[in-house]
Design a binder for this molecule. Structure first.
Ligand SMILES: NC(=O)c1ccc[n+]([C@@H]2O[C@H](COP(=O)([O-])OP(=O)(O)OC[C@H]3O[C@@H](n4cnc5c(N)ncnc54)[C@H](OP(=O)(O)O)[C@@H]3O)[C@@H](O)[C@H]2O)c1
Length: 374
């Protein structure tokens, strides 16, 4: 096998990306696998890291973290979250360690940390898997860790109790996903549905059919805050107990919404009238201040440390390792499907053109590049 490879590199924050021909192919350490990059997808975070240097460990830096590839070799103890040692030729996908030399799928070979790497279920192609990894892992961290929704297999569906219809019968609680057509949002919608919740989402007209097909109620994000909140209250009868802001643009709106939910409960006359119903909120925006209210718990998602060996990444890595077998089953059973994606350009060089298409914002869905042949 060659000792060097082709990869995209950036010399300093904001510098133009280059194609480099002589990057050293890394060797897998303990708990790692070396993967041949077959497909990669572009993420909004790639531009943020390239422009600001956020989460970049050293320069030159290779952006890219959404991976779909084939295992070339495995280090010692490289066991998948499904409990089997990774083997040469196995198809894998997921989010690689960010900003760390040797870990980017925007090169021909890269490392993955086995405990947070997802084996590709037989149902999925590698191209589909590469369009899914970052969105799905981010959504699972948001839904299960930050919102505290029980994993679909283990515990009963969260319920809401009201006497408003006279019977005081438990009913399913509602989750609101802001930005259900984004990659993270579409995965979150499906995980919340799989957990037994009703889901309402905001999206554009062009994306509504994708979500409605899955039984999700859609509201246009172009409505003003008051109209949007009133639509949410009508659709959910005020039973919103989980809010997932997938696009991270709605912290103010959520602050207003929980106030309306609390006032609605006071007039509802149900079991919750004496206690303001608690709403759990999570967001992909880890930089903006979180809304504060007595009936709100709020936690931002931080997938950034994925795979890292530092102690502060331990809780995240352990949580993801626990979610991956559930995600695998949901994908294999077709309960979670891949959102829209488009194959754009080819080869390591092709990543540059595809990245420009993604940055233009003109194409809905994920942009995926075929990096190498098998
Ligand atoms: N904190 C973390 O660890 C973490 C991890 C991953 C991603 N992120 C962040 O999460 C955000 C989403 O990432 P992504 O990859 O899912 O993005 P994406 O797939 O590129 O999202 C694009 C979609 O967002 C929808 N959208 C745009 N503006 C909207 C609005 N005002 N309200 C509702 N929907 C809107 C549009 O859907 P329509 O088709 O309906 O117009 C568009 O197609 C990004 O900011 C990313 O940086 C954070």
């Amino acid at each position: 096998m060659a000792k060097t490879m082709k990869a995209i590199t950036i010399s300093s924050p904001g510098a133009a990306p280059q194609v480099t021909n002589n990057l050293i192919i890394p060797e897998p350490g303990e708990g790692q696998i070396l993967v041949r990059s077959i497909y990669t997808a572009i993420n909004p975070g790639d531009s943020i890291m390239a422009e600001t240097g956020a989460m970049v460990k050293s320069w030159p830096f290779s952006p890219g973290c959404d991976a779909g590839g084939i295992v070339v070799s495995a280090g010692s103890n490289a066991v998948s979250p499904l409990g089997k040692p990774f083997a040469e030729g196995e198809r894998v996908f997921g989010c690689t360690r960010l900003g760390t030399p040797g870990h980017s799928p925007w090169g021909e070979y890269f490392l993955m940390d086995s405990r947070v790497t997802i084996p590709v279920p037989p149902k999925l192609t590698l191209a589909e898997a590469s369009a899914l990894g970052v969105g799905l892992l981010t959504a699972s961290e948001g839904v299960f860790s930050c919102l505290g929704v029980p994993l679909p297999t283990s515990t009963p569906t969260p319920t809401y109790t009201s006497t408003v219809s006279g019977a005081n019968e438990p009913d399913r609680a509602w989750a609101l996903v802001l930005g259900g057509a984004s990659s993270v949002g579409f995965a979150a919608v499906q995980l919340l549905l799989a957990s037994g919740l009703h889901v309402v989402t905001t999206c554009s007209e062009r994306s509504a059919p994708l979500l409605q097909e899955r039984g999700v109620s859609c509201i246009s994000y172009r409505l003003g805050q008051e109209d949007l909140i009133s639509r949410v209250m009508i659709i959910t009868h005020g039973k919103v107990r989980y809010v997932f802001d997938a696009v991270g643009l709605n912290h103010d709106l959520v602050g207003l919404l929980v106030d309306v939910v609390e006032r609605h409960a006071e007039t509802d006359g149900g079991a919750e009238a004496k206690y303001a119903p608690q709403v759990a909120f999570t967001t992909t925006n880890a930089f903006a201040p979180l809304p504060i209210a007595s009936n709100l718990t709020a936690k931002a998602i931080q997938l950034g440390p994925i795979g890292r060996p530092e102690p502060e990444a331990k809780t995240l890595n352990e949580a993801l390792a626990g979610y991956i077998p559930v995600l695998y089953r949901l994908l294999d059973s077709g309960k979670v499907v891949v959102g829209p994606y488009r194959l754009e350009e080819q080869g390591v060089e092709g990543i540059l053109g595809a990245w420009n298409v993604q940055k233009s914002g003109k194409v809905a869905g994920k942009i995926v590049v075929k990096v190498t042949e098998k």
